[in-house]
Design a protein around this ligand. Structure first.
Ligand SMILES: NC(=O)c1ccc[n+]([C@@H]2O[C@H](COP(=O)([O-])OP(=O)(O)OC[C@H]3O[C@@H](n4cnc5c(N)ncnc54)[C@H](O)[C@@H]3O)[C@@H](O)[C@H]2O)c1
Ligand SMILES: O=C(O)[C@H](O)[C@H](O)COP(=O)(O)O
Length: 376
C-alpha cells in the first residue's frame, strides 16, 4: 500500500508504517503525478484536494485531512468517486482557544489595560469558539456567542445576532469555517461595512480563515480607525498575506494558532483511527504513548494570580511575542510564511503544566482554564 502524506504531519511513522510505503510530500506543491498510484492520501490545509489533483488516482481508498477546516477539500468530488474522507474535528480546538486567550492578555498588557471587565464576542461557537469561551469563563469574562446554525439546531446556550455581538463586544474573536454558500456564508463576513461598526477601541482577532475578513477593506478601515487593534493568525491569500496589512497588526502569526503538539498529534491520530476502521483493522495504538510526558516539574503558586501574573504563567507555556517577531522577519523571505510553519516548534497546551497551590484556596479557576493541578 502506498500512503502519500504531508511532511508536516507528526507521528506518521509509528502510526502508519505497518500499512506500507510512506511517501512524505510538500503538501503545498503536491501534484497529480505523485498521487497517481497512491492508496491513501493524508493532507493538511495547504493541499487543494479536487479533481485536478485526483482524476488519475484510481487506486485511492481514503483521503484524510489532519485539520478541523475542510475548505481545501472538494468533498462532493470525493463522494462522486466513492472515496471515503475524514478530517479531524476538534483536534486543535484547545490550542486555538488558548492562543486567542493569551493574545487577549498580551493586548491588555500592551495597552496598559485589563482583559478583566471586557465583553468578548465569539463568532462561531463550535469547537474552537467553545474552547476560547471556556478559558474566558474560567477567568470570569463575559462572553457573547453568535452561531445561527447552532441556535437553530437547539443548542441550549444563549446566542445573539452578529449585529448585537458587534454592538456589544469590546473584543471580537472569529471561529467560523470558510463557506461561500448556504444561509450563513462566512466569506467576507467582516466586510468594510461590518468592520466600520466595531465598537470604539475594539480588538479583533482572526484565528479561523483569512477570507472571513475582507483584508483589503481591513487596511482601509484601519487607516480611518487606528483605535481598532488586530490579532491575525490567518490571512487572505496565504501564503502571501498583503504585506501592507502586517504592520497594522499588533500580533501577527502564520496560521499556527492550532499548532500545539497535542493538537497536531490528535489530528494524525484521528486519521489513523478513521483509516483503520475503513481497512477493518484494529486501531490498537495509543495517542498518550506517542506524546512526550507532561512537564514533570510543577510550579508552586501561593495565591490566585493577578492579570500580570496570569500573563507570565501563560508566557511560560507560549510567548506569542516570539512568534510575532519571527513572523515579521520571516516575511522578508518569499517562502517565509511556509518556512516558519514548517519549522514551528510546537508549543504545549496549558494541561502540560502542573500547578500546585501552596497557599490555600481560590485558584480553582486555573484548572478550569486548562492547567493541570495539585490541590487547586
Ligand atoms: N488558525 C488555526 O490554526 C485554525 C485551527 C483550527 C481551526 N481553524 C479554522 O477555524 C474554523 C472553526 O473551527 P471549529 O473547530 O470551531 O469548527 P466547528 O465546526 O466546531 O465550529 C464552527 C462553528 O461556526 C458556526 N458557523 C458557521 N457559519 C457561521 C456564521 N455565518 N456565523 C456564525 N457562526 C457560524 C457553525 O455553526 C459551527 O458551530 C475551522 O473551520 C478552520 O477553518 C483554524
Ligand atoms: O483547520 C485547521 O485545523 C487548521 O487551520 C490547521 O491547524 C492548519 O494547519 P495546516 O493544516 O495548514 O498545517
Amino acid at each position: 500500500m502506498k500512503l502519500v502524506v504531508d511532511e508536516n504531519m507528526p507521528y506518521v511513522q509509528p502510526l502508519f508504517a505497518e500499512l506500507g510505503e510512506i511517501v512524505a510530500v510538500d503538501g503545498r506543491h503536491l501534484d497529480a503525478a505523485t498521487v497517481a498510484d497512491a492508496d491513501v492520501l493524508l493532507v493538511r490545509s495547504v493541499t487543494k484536494v479536487n479533481e485536478t489533483l485526483l482524476a488519475g488516482a484510481h487506486k485511492l481508498k481514503f483521503v484524510g485531512s489532519a485539520t478541523i477546516g475542510t475548505d481545501h477539500v472538494d468533498k462532493a468530488y470525493l463522494a462522486s468517486r466513492n472515496i471515503p474522507f475524514s478530517n479531524a474535528p476538534g483536534c486543535n480546538a484547545t490550542a486555538v482557544g488558548e492562543y486567542a486567550f493569551i493574545a487577549m492578555l498580551e493586548l491588555a498588557n500592551r495597552f496598559d489595560t485589563q482583559l478583566k471587565g471586557k465583553t468578548v464576542g465569539i463568532v462561531g461557537a463550535g469547537n474552537t469558539g467553545s474552547a476560547l469561551a471556556r478559558c474566558l469563563e474560567a477567568y470570569g469574562i463575559n462572553t457573547l456567542l453568535c452561531d445561527p446554525l447552532l441556535a437553530k439546531a437547539g443548542d441550549s446556550r444563549r446566542f445573539v445576532s452578529l449585529d448585537e455581538l458587534v454592538a456589544g463586544a469590546d473584543i471580537v474573536s472569529l471561529h467560523v469555517p470558510l463557506t461561500r454558500d448556504g444561509e450563513h456564508p462566512t466569506w467576507y463576513l467582516f466586510d468594510e461595512q461590518r468592520l466600520e461598526t466595531l465598537k470604539p477601541g475594539c480588538w479583533l482577532l482572526n484565528c479561523c480563515r483569512g477570507e472571513v475578513i475582507d483584508n483589503r477593506a481591513l487596511i482601509r478601515v484601519k487607516a480611518k480607525r487606528p483605535d481598532i487593534k488586530l490579532v491575525l493568525d490567518v490571512w487572505q491569500g496565504e501564503p502571501n498575506p498583503m504585506l501592507e496589512l502586517v504592520p497594522l497588526v499588533e500580533f501577527a502569526t502564520p496560521h499556527i494558532a492550532g499548532y500545539s503538539l497535542e493538537g497536531k498529534a490528535r489530528g494524525t491520530f484521528m486519521l489513523y483511527q478513521a483509516l483503520m476502521a475503513i481497512l477493518n483493522r484494529p486501531a490498537d495504538k495509543s495517542l498518550v504513548a506517542l506524546l512526550p510526558e507532561r512537564w514533570n516539574s510543577r510550579l508552586d503558586i501561593s495565591s490566585s494570580p493577578d492579570e500580570k501574573a496570569l500573563l507570565s504563567l501563560c508566557r511560560f507555556i507560549y510567548d506569542l511575542r516570539d512568534d510575532d517577531e519571527k513572523f515579521r522577519k520571516m516575511l522578508k523571505n518569499p517562502t517565509g510564511f511556509d518556512d516558519m510553519r514548517k519549522n514551528h516548534r510546537h508549543r504545549r497546551e496549558f494541561s502540560a503544566l502542573t500547578l500546585s497551590n501552596v497557599g490555600g484556596s481560590g485558584v480553582d479557576w486555573l484548572s478550569h482554564l486548562g492547567f493541570s493541578g495539585v490541590g487547586l
